[in-house]
Ligand binder design. Structure first.
Ligand SMILES: [Zn+2]
Length: 245
C-alpha cells in the first residue's frame, strides 16, 4: 500500500471520515433549521391568536342569538294568547260588555308587549351583524392560514425526505471509508472525535502547523512525527488532534 504510486498518506482516510461526519452534521442542522419551520411556527402563532378571537366572538354571538331566540319564543307564546283571546272575543260566547272590555284590553296589552319584543329583536339583530361579519372575516383568514400551513408542512416534509436520502448516501460512503480505514484507524478516529468534538479531531499538518488548532509545532516534534511509520498517526502536541501528514 505504501509502495503505491500515490502521494496521499494512508492517514488521509481520517480526513475523509471527518469530512463525512461534518457533512452529516450539516445535513442534520439543515433539516432542523429549514426556514419553513420558522414560517410555520409564525403562521401557527397568528392562527392561534385568530382562534382566540373567534372563540371570544362565538361566545358573544351565542349570547346574542340566545336572547334573540328567547324573544322569538316569547312572541310565539304571545301570539297564541292573542289568538285565544280574539277567538273568545269574537267567538259568540260573550255575554257581558264588561268581559269584552277586559279581553280587548288583554289583547292590547299582549300586542304591546309583542311589538316591544319585536323592536328588541331588531336591535339585537343589528348588534349581531358586525360580530357575524367579523366572524366570517376571521374564518376566511383562518382558512387561508390552513392552506399556508399545509403548504409549509408539505415543503418541510419534501426537504426532509431529500435530506434523509442524502444522509443515507453519506452514511453509506462513511461505511465504505471506515472499511478502507480499517478497524485500528477507525477506532482511533472515533475515540479522538469523542474526546475533541466534531471538527477538530483530525488536523492536517500544513507545513509545520496543525490544521486543527493552527498552532506552530516545534521543529523537534515535527522531526519525530515525520519519522513515524506512514500509517502511524500522531497527536498534535498543542491540541491533541490526530495529525495527517
Ligand atoms: Zn493542534
Amino acid at each position: 500500500m505504501a509502495e503505491e504510486a500515490t502521494t496521499l498518506s494512508e492517514l488521509e482516510v481520517l480526513v475523509e471520515l471527518q469530512e463525512l461526519d461534518t457533512r452529516l452534521s450539516q445535513l442534520a442542522h439543515r433539516a432542523a433549521t429549514l426556514p419553513e419551520r420558522e414560517q410555520l411556527a409564525l403562521v401557527h402563532e397568528q392562527d392561534s391568536k385568530l382562534e382566540d378571537e373567534l372563540n371570544q366572538l362565538a361566545s358573544e354571538l351565542t349570547a346574542l342569538r340566545q336572547s334573540q331566540s328567547d324573544r322569538e319564543a316569547e312572541i310565539q307564546n304571545l301570539e297564541d294568547k292573542v289568538a285565544r283571546a280574539t277567538s273568545s272575543l269574537y267567538g259568540g260566547e260573550m255575554t257581558s260588555p264588561k268581559e269584552a272590555t277586559v279581553l280587548q284590553s288583554e289583547i292590547d296589552s299582549l300586542s304591546g308587549r309583542q311589538s316591544l319584543l319585536e323592536d328588541q329583536i331588531i336591535e339585537i339583530m343589528e348588534e349581531i351583524e358586525p360580530f357575524a361579519k367579523e366572524e366570517s372575516r376571521i374564518e376566511a383568514e383562518r382558512s387561508e392560514f390552513q392552506l399556508q400551513i399545509a403548504d409549509l408542512q408539505e415543503r418541510i416534509s419534501n426537504q426532509v425526505t431529500e435530506i434523509e436520502s442524502e444522509q443515507e448516501s453519506v452514511m453509506e460512503e462513511k461505511r465504505d471509508t471506515e472499511d478502507r480505514a480499517g478497524s485500528r484507524l477507525s477506532g482511533l478516529y472515533i475515540e479522538n472525535r469523542k474526546r475533541m468534538g466534531d471538527h477538530t479531531a483530525i488536523g492536517r499538518l500544513v507545513g509545520t502547523s496543525c490544521g486543527a488548532c493552527f498552532l506552530e509545532i516545534a521543529a523537534v516534534e515535527i522531526d519525530r512525527i515525520r519519522r513515524l511509520p506512514s500509517d502511524e498517526p500522531s497527536e498534535c502536541p498543542e491540541c491533541g488532534a490526530l495529525l495527517v501528514r
